[in-house]
Design a binder for this molecule. Sequence first.
Ligand SMILES: [Zn+2]
Length: 318
Amino acid sequence: MMKKLLLSSLVLTLVTLCTVMLTCRTPETHADEQTQKPTALDSDKNRTITVLDGDSSVKMTVYDYLVGVVAAEMPVSFEDEALKAQAVAARSYLERALDNPKHENADICTDFDCCQAYIGLSELRKKWGDSYDAYIIKIKNAVEATDGQYLSYEGKAALTAFHSSSDGTTESSGEVWSDVPYLVSVSTPETADTVPNYISTLTLADIDFRDTVLYLKPEADMTGDADEWIGKITRSDSGRVRSIIIGGVKLSGTELRELFTLRSTAFEISHADGKFTFTVTGYGHGVGMSQYGANEMAKNGSDYREILSHYYPGTELT
Ligand SMILES: [Zn+2]
């Protein structure tokens, strides 16, 4: 009798538990069904976004938008796999913008300082002239071949920062903005042989150097011998300038880059004959994918998936 009672109470408990589990699971299952849209709806050509271009908001498909972004952000002469990597990076940036709206009446804008650069087809026709037909096919193929694909990290669209070229190693995000787990320093294969203007120099007379520094840091002591103005320089793991003491005042590498419009923070500074000279390597903030590096990887046989997982380690192609 006792056994029977125990058994029936066990059955009752199990039934109750199952009912609770089923009830609890119902909304989850429903949510899954809602997010698993048919593929055709996720296709770039079937999604419409609003793009702020100057003062006007323009409705266009994700496909048309991405063709304009890839054409604006990467040289069309680059390898197909590099262009595909750029298309995925651009789409990831868009997905992130859709998740975190920045503009009131638009999903994204065409100002590269704010969102991503974009060039419309009529502008591209003017820019490319007779080569338009051949070039636009290359860009369209890169967008179509990666249709709907973007990079994610822990279920959210990844921040796919990119830059033109680096000095052997990319920069960790924490050195420029704040730490992002997949924007870490990695090796990158481009060299002076493969990147135009890879090494650039800027030379200024002592007085111009002094006035520019005083504009940002009026408290700096720029009197006395100019040979003594530059103090300790600290560098990040990638070799870029993290900080520099000038006239007894500390400036970050990015502050100095902005102040003198240097192409990157990978620089050396020297002083001779009444002049300061910056010798700068690469172009851009150095974080995330190096575009010239991506092109070199593609030339060496890497596909866009390998390029993306190299520059954004830990992200998932979604
Ligand atoms: Zn914007």
